[in-house]
Ligand binder design. Structure first.
Ligand code: SAM
Ligand code: FES
Length: 350
């Protein structure tokens, strides 16, 4: 498979058949990871960026089959943080050195555009040197524009899968791949730094689906791509399904690094959940971002997207120092700045 890995590095694209073959075989792993590390170092040196994740609501109007906080999970203990509580998380995070805050939540009708705008403005007024990322799902272009004008810099919206058929297997009818993709294009047009992404090993996913994900990422050219293994949640229709593997997730992280050398790629909590050193392995496969949790300890277990999620019992400070130790032990260091996308060696930002 080396010839395809080399071709990807040189051309930054492959055909659908080539992607499918490479992903299905998953061969020459160590070679791929070495190339991925070299490219990551050319763009980002030894640094790993850190983002403080604030899971501010687990109410959600959607019913995605894989997700533990889906609307129909009547056993989920619902919560939402107030503006004050969110600002408290930021204060703690700022003191610990975080310069990016990620506000993530279900699609919660309580947080209207007006309310979210107010939260965004308050955070940006207090912490003008910080980047603010939103991850609150599908909204109209107008809403996205309002949040941007209020000060949001980045938006994470995983496309989940770029295959129409596979999208239908993961979502109820009212959700469409077209709308998901339109949202991502709208976000890009407005000027956000945009992150897409997908789960690895979700039910029904084939190498061909993953090839389509790679083609979509080639087309969208996002600033960030978040991938993590699918992990079943016991209160969802996918409770009995098999979880994704760390091996395949790592392989795809390596491929993403070759596809876009300056891409921001998180080593996700889901990867750390299915393998004890999953996040370290993610960095060594080409990832360069970690997103420890800044949510108050009292609500963490309630933001249970999948079973056995790690880091639900630790204070933010413990999480940060644990991660810092993990990163330093593999020869990297945590960055203290906002961590915007780097220029590629050729000089391009995008
Ligand atoms: N509501 C926002 C959205 O739709 O983008 C943000 C929250 S949503 C829970 C964040 C991400 O969690 C999803 O994009 C999905 O990929 C991931 N996720 C949900 N359930 C999961 C599971 N069972 N295993 C792994 N990841 C999961
Ligand atoms: Fe949270 Fe290790 S990163 S406890």
């Amino acid at each position: 498979m080396r010839h395809l890995i080399d071709r990807l590095e040189q051309n930054r694209k492959l055909t659908k058949d080539e992607w499918t073959e490479l992903i299905a075989k998953g061969a020459d792993r160590e070679y791929l990871f070495e190339r991925a590390r070299i490219l990551a170092k050319q763009c980002y040196g030894n640094t790993v960026y850190i983002r403080g994740l604030i899971e501010f609501t687990n109410y959600c109007r959607n019913n995605c089959y894989y997700c533990g906080i889906r609307r129909d999970n009547s056993n989920a203990m619902r919560y939402r943080l107030s503006e004050e509580e969110i600002l408290d998380c930021c204060r703690t995070g700022y003191g610990l050195g975080f310069r990016t805050f990620v506000l993530q939540g279900g699609e919660d009708g309580f947080y209207t555009d007006e309310k979210l705008e107010k939260v965004i403005r308050s955070i940006k007024m207090r912490y003008p040197d910080c980047a603010l990322t939103l991850s609150v799902g599908e909204k109209s272009k107008e809403s996205y524009r309002r949040f941007f004008e209020a000060g949001a810099d980045r938006y994470l919206l995983r496309h989940e899968t770029a295959s129409e058929n596979h999208y239908r297997m993961l979502h109820p009818e009212e959700l469409t791949l077209k709308n998901r993709k339109d949202c991502l294009w709208n976000l890009k047009e407005i000027g956000y730094q945009v992150g897409c992404g997908f789960m690895v090993g979700s039910p029904g996913q084939t190498a061909e689906c993953l090839a389509e994900d790679m083609l979509f990422i080639t087309e969208l050219q996002p600033h960030m791509a978040g991938i993590g293994p699918f992990v079943p949640h016991h209160e969802t229709p996918f409770a009995g399904e098999t979880q994704g593997t760390a091996e395949q997730t790592l392989y795809l992280i390596g491929l993403l690094r070759l596809l876009k050398p300056n891409l921001l790629i998180p080593a996700t909590t889901a990867l750390g959940t299915i393998r004890a050193d999953g996040r370290e392995a993610g960095i060594l496969a080409g990832a360069n971002v970690v997103m420890p949790n800044l949510s108050p300890v009292g609500v963490r277990k309630k933001y249970e997207l999948y079973d056995n999620k790690i880091c639900t019992g630790d204070e933010a400070a413990e999480c940060k120092s644990c991660l810092q130790g993990r990163i330093e032990r593999i020869g990297y260091e945590l960055a203290v700045d906002r961590g915007d996308p780097a220029k590629e060696p050729g000089g391009n930002y995008v």
